[in-house]
Ligand binder design. Structure first.
Ligand SMILES: [Mn+2]
Length: 468
């Protein structure tokens, strides 16, 4: 059986909150998702009979471990890193699939009929933030996937969207040069591993992100031809939107409350997307990805980033002991915490520089800590910065570097179809002296209160730890 959104939902049903009260997706779902501490499904969507809406599937390591079929939350990053380094999947064409069960074509096309929420106060409109965006390089025929934001307009067959200057943008530039419309599709509602891998930002010359995700899941992904454009889409998606991006037409887009938690950043005239068809499953489940504040949105991007950097940083000096990498969602993707053990002087600084110049533009602050610091605990990381770092020699600002287009704290140097920003990055070494320094390192070991590791006080420990 293929890995689908439905197979995943079934596997986590013991954690799912099913909501049967009527809820308006356009005005009420945003805050409910944002406040949710786990997966939830709305069964009664006001104005959208027949639809369900689900979100918050992989917001934390528990959900992420479930997506990869793991028992332990600490295995997530090393596991994904290993699979990414060793697995390549493939796609296979099939003639039909569940996503073709219902079709909206021609005059019947109505994007407004999908339960697409408005995410935040101040957004320019209702926004699709959960569509895996599929384009194809017109020269190589290799597809690209990403998850980008698409804004609904008054016209139910037209939308606008924003893309960063990366792979799909490069495809679009090729179509603009030819003055031809670019076929583009959005696939909504797949197994979360496909969503996660669609947000991977590495180089891929002879495969696409969906095939990469298939390899990680250990399957081939089944694709079907679109009805109205020359493109292939996942046969088991819940919904597919097909359309053409005009090479010259522009329309207002934004603002949109982003993973930064700001609405500002990239709003402006954006390409126009003419919808040519919508297909979906019967009794469709709309996979929503609430953009704000700390939701599935952040880890979708940070998870492949963590695994990519885990592999990359281990390669510093050919062999560096990286234990774990965490991009905390509560820092909106711009901070990377690296848990490592340095053998030699200079190893931490080189690792931090590698983190600041990797494939993602997100990493603005890189912090290195030791194996005895819990990188999932902000208090512990701040303790290490406060107590193990001499800022005079262990903190560094690197000026004149390129940063994420949505990081509004960084000056904008170019605004066109997208935004370029150049500014500073910060490296903080909050580690002990390297292992070869022996005694000097040992001075920085944390003392243990007397009685720690004494099993005979276990029961009393529980009691004293209880909040009162
Ligand atoms: Mn790509």
């Amino acid at each position: 059986m293929p890995h689908t959104l439905r197979s995943f939902l079934e596997s986590i049903d013991n954690r799912m909150l099913h909501i049967h009260d009527p809820v308006d997706p356009t005005t009420q779902v945003g805050y409910l998702c944002s406040e949710s501490k786990g997966p939830l499904t709305f069964h009664n969507l006001t104005g959208f009979p027949g639809w369900r809406l689900t979100d918050m599937l992989i917001m934390d390591r528990v959900g992420q471990a479930a997506a990869f079929g793991l028992d332990s939350e600490n295995e997530v990053c090393p596991y994904l890193a290993e699979r990414m380094a060793t697995r390549r999947g493939k796609s296979v064409m099939v003639s039909d699939g569940p996503v073709k069960e219902v079709k909206m074509l021609g005059d019947d096309i109505d994007l407004h009929a999908l339960p697409i929420p408005q995410h935040s106060h101040g957004d320019g409109g209702r926004y699709l933030g959960s569509g895996i965006t599929i384009t194809k390089d017109p020269e190589t025929g290799i597809r690209n996937e990403a998850i980008i934001r698409m804004m609904l307009t008054e016209d139910p067959q037209k939308a606008t969207f924003w893309m960063a200057a990366r792979h799909n943008y490069a495809h679009y530039m090729k179509y603009v040069a030819k003055d031809e419309p670019m076929p583009m599709a959005f696939a909504i509602g797949l197994h979360p591993v496909y969503e996660i891998m669609s947000n991977w930002s590495g180089k891929h010359e002879d495969f696409d992100e969906l095939e990469y995700g298939a390899g990680i899941l250990g399957e081939d992904i089944e694709m079907v031809k679109c009805d109205t454009i020359d493109l292939e889409v996942p046969a088991h998606a819940e919904v597919v939107i097909e359309g053409l991006v005009h090479p010259r037409d522009r329309a207002p887009e934004g603002p949109f409350g982003e993973f930064t938690t700001f609405g500002a950043g990239a709003e402006g005239p954006a390409p126009v997307y003419q919808i040519t068809g919508i297909t979906h499953r019967e009794n469709p489940i709309f996979r929503h990805i609430q953009a704000t504040w700390f939701t599935d949105h952040q880890p979708l991007i940070t998870l492949p980033m963590e695994a990519t950097y885990y592999n990359r940083l281990r390669d510093t000096h050919g062999n560096t002991n990286i234990i774990d990498v965490f991009v905390p969602p509560w820092a909106s993707q711009f901070m990377m915490i690296i848990q490592m053990e340095a053998r030699w002087d200079g190893q931490v600084r080189d690792t931090l520089m590698s983190a600041l110049s990797g494939p993602n533009l997100h990493v603005k602050v890189a912090i290195a800590v030791d194996e005895d610091v819990d990188i999932y605990n902000a208090e512990d990381v701040l303790w290490a910065i406060a107590c193990r770092c001499n800022p005079e020699t262990m903190a560094h600002i690197v000026p004149g570097t390129r940063l994420h287009p949505l990081d509004i704290s960084i000056p904008e140097v170019r605004k066109d179809y997208t935004v370029m920003r150049v500014g500073g990055k910060l490296a903080i070494d909050a580690t002990k002296p390297a292992t070869w320094r022996g005694d000097e390192r040992d001075k920085f070991a944390r003392v243990k209160p007397m009685g720690k590791d004494d099993p005979s006080i276990e029961r009393l420990l529980e009691e004293v730890r209880r909040k009162r």
